[in-house]
Design a protein around this ligand. Sequence first.
Ligand code: NDP
Ligand code: DXP
Ligand code: MN
Length: 384
Amino acid sequence: MEKVAILGSTGSIGKNTLAVIEEHPDQFNVVALAAGKNVKEMIRQVKAFKPKLVSMATRKAADAVKQEVGETVEVLWGDEGLNAVAVCSDSTYLVSSLVGSKGLAPTLAAIRAGKKIGLANKETLVTAGHIVTAEARKHQVPLLPIDSEHSALFQCFNGERSAEAERLIITASGGAFRDWSREELIHATVEQALKHPNWSMGNKITIDSATMMNKGFEVIEAHWLFDFPYGKIDVILHPQSVIHSMVEFSDGAVMAQLGTPDMKIPIQYALAYPRRMPLRTKRLDLVSLSRLDFRALDFRRYPCLRMAYEAGKAGGTMPAVLNAANEVAVEMFLNRDCNFLDIEEIVERTLDAHQNVGNPSLEEIEEADRWARQFAKNCLVPVA
Ligand SMILES: NC(=O)C1=CN([C@@H]2O[C@H](COP(=O)(O)OP(=O)(O)OC[C@H]3O[C@@H](n4cnc5c(N)ncnc54)[C@H](OP(=O)(O)O)[C@@H]3O)[C@@H](O)[C@H]2O)C=CC1
Ligand SMILES: CC(=O)[C@@H](O)[C@H](O)COP(=O)(O)O
Ligand SMILES: [Mn+2]
């Protein structure tokens, strides 16, 4: 029996994780849950899954949950609560599915406490890949990818020798604006950007998919997960999101993992690894699909992807700055405080202004994150 704690249980990945657990009550047991402010959903989850420990982002949200769930559940809040859920003594497995770099500290704490990690929060590896992978090795903790492309790559590597792989090929749907020109993007609205063609996901990653920053993050994530140089990680456009990614080996053979766009598949694979278990999900019907398309990607059309490669190659605090500036810019766009194309402008200006720190400590990464957020918030304001 895997005893599971989930960070971000009320989100898209969190709810899909609970749906997988619900299908296999004999295999998985929920022991702790953490979320932000969605009190109603957390109360429903506590009643359905009976965790012993729960945490919410604020005292107010925690009090509201406490009122409904009674004395048998410990309800905490804030960073301390997140940390307590991550290292909860009853758990064997942490699903890390908070959104943003907020996920880094509790995920690191869980690694240090020896928990197996199902990693959805890509910002953990983007911001501090060198520390997270070193700590996972030190504590002999597996980092099991949940992100669909990395789950695909992980499955393609199964039974293979990674030294015999030559190239990782990550597929990109192109997001909501795949067929829009840059001129048209000037007028892109929040509602349009949130309409992903294939996947149903949280707002932040859906915007990242539309800017292609999501793919940039995934390149950095793949670099750390599979210890691959950036020069051997390619991205190609694949509008159908049926091939989730591929590995090309030294003999020219290419392994691919295919499936319908349903996150329950990679989530269950990460939870059950190395087993496979039955899952009620729509089956892939290649005949009715009839074709799969692929196109090359143009860095001029997608500057966020270019910036992510550059920040990844530069290393140091650059990827953390890339992420923090992007978090600020996406939030501004979602709040209608800037235009869609301002997202890339804010990120670029912040990266250009940053003094990179090589081989940073966790504190230096946190400091770079704080600096970048402050800079990014104000960098579009014209100087008087
Ligand atoms: N969705 C997907 O299919 C995929 C997602 N990912 C990655 O997984 C991660 C999660 O994505 P997704 O599920 O879409 O995101 P959502 O926005 O749907 O969910 C985010 C979760 O984090 C919680 N949260 C936000 N802020 C805080 C906080 N300060 N303290 C505690 N909890 C907080 C939210 O709580 P609440 O809602 O209660 O406020 C919610 O439970 C991201 O890193 C994303 O890039 C990767 C691949 C696919
Ligand atoms: C489901 C998942 O893993 C997302 O990261 C998804 O890949 C987004 O799709 P695109 O970024 O390719 O549009
Ligand atoms: Mn992905």
